[in-house]
Design a protein around this ligand. Structure first.
Ligand SMILES: NC(=O)c1ccc[n+]([C@@H]2O[C@H](COP(=O)([O-])OP(=O)(O)OC[C@H]3O[C@@H](n4cnc5c(N)ncnc54)[C@H](O)[C@@H]3O)[C@@H](O)[C@H]2O)c1
Length: 355
């Protein structure tokens, strides 16, 4: 039984990782999360009563608090997911991305290194620092058959992906220079339950239900490789427990789709699962609205996930069709979760403004 420190555990992927560990393993979790707008304790309601769960509201840039958390909880493994993660926000205000993704990762690496140096020989050998990153560090692909591999050179396009690329380099340098036992994973676009409604898939589902426009950048021809978040959480647990120190694993769903096709698929599923539409709306697809493209928008991302499949035996369980159906059904069945995000209750409650 290991104790796993999960940074960003109140976010979209982090909460899926925490639910996976508590529900499917005998390990325990210490969540370290600043609770920015993207952190939502509601996403942890299913597991927060477990005796295997602890929560620390801590900013990863705050080294003194990190040292206290490491000393108090004595984790065996670290999974680092805390980040600013929304590309559009990084274009409007890059400072928080530099602060959390680069400076915060540096501060976490140093706290982890000093803690690791203090461990007994056995604990030191078993310790892992797993850094969770994105395929966006590779830039974009122009050929229709090219794939990102673990050796594709970095060419980030946005402040978000540049800050994630910087953090990946720091993590690898801490392994090479100080011997800290690190592993890096780079994953494609995730989707699934508990996804903050500023991201494409939940935004489209919720806007459609409310009869609002469904914004599609440019002509919608950008291609992304979609991975169901629970498949990602399973992969991450497998990497932190079985992965090889110093290695990088790319994680993807073999599910390349154009953005416009993703939006149309959601509309078709809503016709079936939510046939009663807002007044005056004939078809959900009528809400699709093409908007000015994002600056620096990457055209295509696609992952070669052969290494993790070959070396760790991981494979995604969901196809895009099965995963997107589950996702739409989850949003239809969990209105309380997204209503509390949309009206801000989830954030006001945790700072004590409401009971
Ligand atoms: N969402 C994707 O499709 C995707 C794909 C590949 C990789 N990733 C990476 O996975 C990780 C998690 O992504 P996500 O989509 O769950 O993000 P998210 O925005 O949903 O969650 C981020 C979490 O980090 C916390 N956080 C932010 N700044 C912090 C700080 N300074 N200190 C402590 N906690 C802080 C937030 O409160 C939030 O709970 C990120 O590192 C992201 O780069 C995401």
């Amino acid at each position: 039984m290991s104790k796993i420190l999960v940074t960003g555990g109140a976010g979209f992927i982090g909460s899926a990782v925490v639910r996976h560990i508590i529900n499917h393993t005998s390990d325990s979790v210490v969540v370290v999360d600043k609770l920015t707008y993207a952190g939502n304790l509601d996403s942890l309601n299913d597991v927060s009563a477990s005796k295997h769960y602890a929560f620390e509201q801590v900013d990863i840039c705050d080294r003194a608090s990190l040292d206290r958390v490491f000393a108090q909880h004595q984790p065996d493994l670290v999974m680092h997911l805390a980040a600013e993660s929304h590309v559009d926000r990084s274009i409007d205000g890059p400072a928080a991305f530099i602060e959390t993704n680069i400076v915060g990762t540096y501060s976490l690496l140093e706290a982890a290194r000093h803690y690791w140096l203090s461990l007994s020989a056995d604990a030191k050998q078993a310790f892992r620092f797993h850094h969770i990153s994105t395929d966006e560090v590779y830039g974009d692909l122009h050929g229709t058959h090219d794939l990102f591999t673990e050796t594709t050179p970095y060419a980030p396009s946005s402040p978000y992906s540049a800050s994630k690329a910087s953090s990946d380099h720091l993590v690898r340098a801490w392994q090479r220079t100080y011997g800290l036992p690190t592993i890096v994973t780079n994953c494609s676009n995730n989707y699934g339950p508990y996804h903050f409604p500023e991201k494409l898939i939940p935004l489209v589902i919720l806007n459609a239900l409310e009869g609002k426009p469904l914004p599609v950048y440019g002509n919608g021809a950008q291609v992304r490789d979609w991975l169901f978040v629970e498949d990602h959480a399973r992969a991450l647990y497998q990497v932190v427990t079985e992965g090889v120190i110093g290695e990088t694993y790319n994680i993807g769903g073999h599910n390349e789709r154009k953005n416009i096709d993703v939006v149309r698929t959601i509309c078709q599923l809503l016709e079936e699962l939510a046939p009663v539409k807002p007044a005056g709306l004939a078809k959900y697809e009528d809400l699709i609205t093409f908007v000015t493209d994002r600056p620096g928008h990457d055209m295509r991302y696609a992952i070669d996930a052969n290494k993790i499949e070959r070396e760790l035996g991981w494979k995604p369980l969901e196809t895009f069709e099965s995963g997107i159906r589950k996702t739409v059904a989850w949003y239809l069945a969990n209105e309380v979760w997204w209503q509390r995000v949309q009206d801000g209750t989830y954030a006001r409650e945790r700072i004590g403004l409401e009971s």
